[in-house]
Design a protein around this ligand. Structure first.
Ligand code: IVH
Length: 680
């Protein structure tokens, strides 16, 4: 028999772990470091091992329990899971249609006040029903045919964002409906893992979420970072039903359930359309996929008056966005030569409307990618375009093959200049060896040179560069500064006025900064940030040009690969000549003395991220101390971060650090590392 003290301690641990889970998974505000969480969990597990009678069904140790099932059991829904009417008019008309229907059915006059709605996201995941009895999770089911779903209780219990026990008084029966989904970043990580294990990858986050949830072995589900958002109710008894949908979401959140914060009360069609447009514009930036927004009449009393038609409520509608994925055919696979000579295969597609635009090309990245996705010329493929990203082939519908498909072969010669195409063993991309002899590379290099973040020459775009290179008027960036009105105005489709504008932009670009100039040179592996670091560090172009690889690596964030690219670039007499010509053409910037070399310092090469409020040290003071010891302070947490220093109210950065299993320090830990003792 368990001693009373052990039983009490076990109950206390269960509650504390549930509280930590809620903060971590639902509120996104971790309270303690992982190590502390693990310690509590281990203590509970040890107590339960000692006294098995203490194991409660809602113990966090029981999230994964029981043997894998042979098949899913059917589970009949107490209240059917309905579907929702879809408004296919992607413009604001969708909102207007819905509002008009609602007003007509409620028999509202034209001058009656606007109807109040709650606008939510339409999550692109899987609908599930969670059943709580006396506040405890007793079962979970998929939607199935709406009448009967599959019993996925064991799987759903492994989702740590779903409370096994509700907070507060949760009534006799409370059925919660919502969506299970995967964040895109988690989906990418999962696919990388599948790839590493030689297993088949998932096509999109929705399929991955479905595949992860519908696992006969719930231990597999437990490994997948599935998320849940609650948005509605099923059977309810002995629970005070709020009078509005907004109130329902609030009440669910108060019960400890995750509710997405992206919802808005709207009055009338115009505000609905506004929400639709705003969310649509941010769609690609959301961490998960949505396929539209959902409008719900906010007052539950009005919902009841409106009722249902067949299996759809009259009080709700899904207002969709144009699909981000569509199916089309690969007409051909060609290659494109980029600025650094990268030879990229591109699928030429039968035109298809996706992500709000007609797409005719999609990148295939490289040969390995083509092999992995098994894309052949003539194949049917699904294509994805989200936001501003380049359209991409997601998957091949191999079942639609008829045998006429042809494999892609990487050309051995550059299709533009005829130079050899080679692929080094450590790279995924093949490259044209033509360098600036290759017109394709030359055009891209010039475009990069003139681009907004480089020399910022407005008007020197695609078409103009194409003509200038083809007419052999411009070969190197220095030639740009030799252009005259005559040469430009002689080009096809170039009016004298626009020629004068381009010349003015060229003239203005002569005054620049060292950082822009370095970036504009288009040195491989030197992006905007590195260019800024180099400019700050060396102060003078000559100092940079004469630095060897070892000297270059003293610049923060410059490793052997980047150092090698820079040294190689300036080792090329041709590149030095172009730089001299540019200087001779009057391109200029301010210079300063090179910054003193930092001594190696005890924290040299270590990257820190500071988050939250430290008890004594001001943020700036902590930063200065780290930098004085040779360390670097960065604003965002990544795999490359060495230490995260967390204080009070640390938020998502700490969560990320824990997810990546990074070293997390408190103030005392940081001071110990610095070998300082400092008090305020
Ligand atoms: S409410 C009676 N709200 O859309 C209305 N559904 O419903 C019941 N869905 O497969 C649904 N986001 O998975 C509702 N915020 C949201 C939703 C949502 C996604 C899905 C749900 C179901 C489909 C039709």
């Amino acid at each position: 028999m368990a001693a009373a003290a052990d039983a009490a301690r076990a109950a206390q641990l269960r509650e504390e772990i549930a509280r930590l889970d809620h903060h971590y998974y639902v509120l996104d505000q971790p309270l303690v470091p992982d190590a502390e969480y693990d310690r509590l969990y281990q203590e509970l597990a040890a107590l339960e091992a000692l006294h098995p009678e203490l194991i409660a069904p809602d113990s966090p140790t029981q999230r994964v329990a029981g043997a894998p099932a042979a098949q899913f059991q059917p589970l009949r829904h107490a209240v059917p899971m309905l579907s929702i009417r879809t408004e296919t008019d992607h413009s604001e008309g969708g909102a207007v249609n819905f509002d008009q229907r609602v007003r007509r059915q409620l028999e509202l006059d034209a001058d009656a006040p606007a109807v109040e709605y709650l606008a939510e996201l339409k999550f692109d995941g899987l609908a599930v029903n969670l059943r709580y009895e006396q506040g405890r999770l007793v079962s979970a089911a998929t939607r199935g045919d709406g009448e009967t779903g599959e019993d996925i209780t064991a799987n759903v219990r492994t989702l740590r964002g779903i409370p096994l026990r509700l907070h507060g008084t949760a009534g006799d029966v409370l059925e919660v409906r919502g969506e299970v989904l995967l964040y895109r970043a988690d989906f990418e990580r999962l696919n990388a893992r599948m790839r590493g294990a030689g297993e088949k990858e998932f096509v999109n986050p929705r399929n991955a979420a479905a595949g992860s949830l519908r696992q006969l072995n719930a231990a597999v589900t437990a490994q997948r970072p599935l998320k849940f958002f609650a948005y509605g109710l099923g059977e309810v008894s002995g629970w005070a039903l709020p009078p509005t949908q907004a109130g329902v979401l609030e009440a669910l959140s108060a019960c400890g359930l995750p509710v997405c914060a992206e919802h808005r009360l709207c009055r009338g069609a115009a505000e609905l359309a506004q929400f639709h447009a705003e969310v649509g514009a941010r769609r690609a930036a959301l961490p998960f996929d949505i396929d539209g927004v959902v409008y719900k009449v906010n007052q539950i009393a009005l919902q009841q008056r409106l009722g249902y038609v067949t299996r759809e409520p009259r009080w709700a509608v899904a207002h969709k966005y144009p699909p981000q994925e569509a199916v089309t055919r690969v007409l051909d696979i060609e290659v494109q030569v980029g600025r650094t000579g990268a030879v990229t295969p591109v699928a030429r597609l039968a035109p298809v409307f996706v992500g709000g635009a007609t797409v005719t090309n999609a990148t295939l990245h490289n040969e390995d990618e083509i092999r992995r996705k098994d894309v052949k010329i003539g194949d049917w493929v699904s294509v994805r375009r989200a936001g501003d990203v380049i359209p991409e082939v997601v998957a091949t519908l191999t079942h639609r093959r008829d045998g006429s498909e042809r494999a892609f072969i990487m050309p051995e010669q550059c299709p533009v200049c005829g130079s050899a195409v080679v692929r080094s063993a450590d790279e995924a991309v093949a490259r044209c060896t033509g360098g600036l002899f290759c017109p394709a590379q030359r055009k891209q290099a010039l475009l990069h040179f003139a681009s907004r973040r480089a020399m910022d020459i407005e008007g020197l775009g695609d078409k103009l560069v194409e003509q200038l290179v083809d007419a052999a008027v411009v070969a190197t960036p220095a030639d740009i500064y030799k252009l005259g009105l005559l040469a430009l105005a002689n080009l096809e489709r170039m009016a004298e006025k626009s020629a004068a504008n381009v010349l003015a932009a060229i003239a203005a670009s002569r005054h620049t900064t060292l950082a822009r100039f370095i970036y504009a040179l288009g040195i491989r592996n030197v992006g905007e940030t590195t260019a800024k670091d180099l400019a700050r560090h060396f102060g003078k172009l000559d100092a940079l040009m004469d630095a060897d690889a070892e000297r270059l690596q003293q610049v923060p964030d410059v490793g052997p690969v980047v150092a090698q690219s820079i040294a190689q670039f300036f080792g090329e007499p041709h590149n030095r000549e172009v730089v001299e010509q540019l200087r001779a053409a009057g391109v200029q910037w301010e210079e300063h003395e090179p910054s003193a070399l930092p001594g190696p310092g005890p924290l040299a090469g270590k990257t820190f991220v500071l988050t939250g409020t430290l008890p004594n040290l001001e943020r700036e003071r902590a930063k200065a101390l780290i930098e004085a010891a040779g360390g670097k302070v960065s604003g965002s947490v990544s795999k490359k971060t060495h230490y995260v220093v967390a204080g009070a109210d640390a938020g998502s950065k700490l969560a990320k650090a824990q997810e990546l299993a990074l070293h997390v320090l408190d103030e005392a830990g940081l001071l110990a590392l610095l070998g300082v003792q400092e008090t305020k």
